[in-house]
Design a protein around this ligand. Structure first.
Ligand code: AMP
Ligand code: GLY
Length: 424
């Protein structure tokens, strides 16, 4: 089976690594991929935004199934475009992907179908938003650009000044362009966050095992948010009873919500949930795709054949699948470029990433890497994730960091406390 994976991050490399374990013989193609993906498949130098180029390739190569990693192409309707050409592609349609592409639409849907989330207001102009901020008596408050903003559109404002800066950025500076033309201001949720993904075919929704991401750049969850500096699964905060509540209060109502709105949601639904001190989940955000780096820690725990799952999503027969998981712990430590999430330099040679020099329970997953004169060099903010799997969490953490010690490049930065929260 020929499978095309769209995207170039760690998530896409990790999906590829899992697909190779399928009982179906698979040939992998990555557009545009990265040097890690190149070790396990063929690189197709077509940008994820070039739908015509991707379709022409899928037809000429007779690709059996296309998978989409990142949100951008999904929100822009890649699934609709492929399907209009009779091609099999896994992911939500443009309408369904609004769940990530428009925060106000996501909030509206959650409110209408009583999915627990922070209370909110939507603003379309600066002066109305400012008047609202002036009326607020409680901080923190959370300001969100409506559309996709590469993870930079959310401000948890500790006081009026920070909140004011955030609405100015959206409305006056137009930092996010159209994505900031509407702004959601919502109440601050207290608790601990977990990421729970689900496979959905429009009729059946099957949650995956929970993971926890470390969004902040510095140890102790300090400093600005990043795309994610590390992850682990299982996540003790998302106990069996929390998972049951997430199914009953979030996933099943969302499936019903999509169906009632006439939207067939086929793909991955990612719920970022805040779990409060009573163990009650509140949705912080939905994404229309797998998370990165959470995918790197969730998929190694999946025992069910991932190709069978994707086939079942495309034929709406997910009800015939029962997901099996192993009880191992998996930890991913992200290696970033010095300076990330602000400015950073690229092009530094990376040493120590040959899979053969790491133990069998460790994978070196590529993200911001590229080849320059035959040498793998840094090419992004998040460069690699080092993923270790072991029966015990302590061992997975130790093995991940032992492998991190073997890797070197100029400016390499990583957090030293990934998954330590789960040991407590
Ligand atoms: P989002 O892109 O909506 O997930 O927001 C990015 C991050 O901001 C989340 O992962 C949370 O850490 C934080 N955040 C967003 N909304 C809230 C909220 N209502 N209360 C507390 N923290 C939030
Ligand atoms: N790790 C957060 C995300 O993928 O959105």
């Amino acid at each position: 089976m020929k499978i095309l994976i769209i995207g170039s991050g760690g998530r896409e490399h990790a999906i590829g690594l899992k697909l190779l374990k399928s009982r179906h013989p698979v040939s992998l193609f990555f557009a545009p991929g990265n040097p890690g993906a190149e070790q396990i498949g063929q690189i197709v130098p077509i940008a994820e935004t070039d739908f015509d180029g991707l379709i022409a390739f899928a037809k000429s190569e007779e690709i059996d199934m296309t998978l989409v990693g990142p949100e951008g192409p999904l929100v822009d309707g890649i699934v609709d475009t492929f399907q209009s050409q009779g091609l099999t592609i896994i992911g939500p349609s443009r309408l369904a992907a609004q769940i990530e592409g428009s925060k106000q639409w996501a909030k509206w849907l959650m409110k209408k179908y009583q999915v627990p989330t922070a209370s909110y207001e939507v603003f379309k102009d600066y002066s109305t938003a400012l008047a609202y901020l002036n009326s607020l008596s409680e901080y923190p408050t959370v300001i969100k650009a409506d559309g996709l903003a590469a993870g930079k559109g959310v401000t948890v404002a500790q006081d009026f000044n920070q909140a004011h800066d955030a609405i100015k950025e959206c409305f006056l500076d137009q930092r996010f362009g159209d994505a900031g033309a509407s702004v959601v201001i919502e109440s601050f949720l207290k608790g601990e966050e977990a990421s729970i993904f689900a496979f959905c075919d429009g009729k059946t929704i099957l949650p995956m095992v929970p993971a926890q991401d470390h969004k902040a750049i510095y140890d102790g969850d300090k400093g600005p948010n990043t795309g994610g500096m590390g992850a682990y699964s299982p996540a003790p905060i998302a106990s069996d009873s929390v998972q049951k509540k997430v199914m009953e209060r979030v996933f099943l109502p969302m499936l019903h919500a999509f169906q009632s709105e006439g939207i067939i949601y086929q793909g991955i639904l990612y719920a970022g949930v805040m779990i409060d001190s009573l163990g009650d989940p509140y949705v912080v955000e939905f994404n229309c795709r797998f998370g990165d780096p959470e995918t790197q820690v969730v998929l190694p725990r999946l025992e069910t054949d991932l190709v069978d799952i994707f086939l079942a999503i495309s034929t709406q027969t997910l009800d015939s699948i029962s997901l099996e998981w192993n009880s191992d712990s998996v930890v991913a430590v992200v290696l970033a470029s010095g300076g990330y999430p602000l400015d950073f330099q690229k092009g530094f040679p990376i040493i120590g990433i040959n899979p053969a020099s790491h133990p069998a329970n460790v994978s070196i997953v590529h993200a911001g890497t590229t080849l320059a004169a035959g040498q793998v060099v840094t090419n992004g903010g998040r460069v690699l994730s080092v993923v270790a799997r072991a029966p015990k969490l302590e061992d997975a953490i130790a093995d991940a960091y032992s492998s991190v010690d073997l890797i070197e490049y100029t400016g390499m930065y990583f957090r030293c406390d990934i998954a330590h929260k789960a040991l407590r």
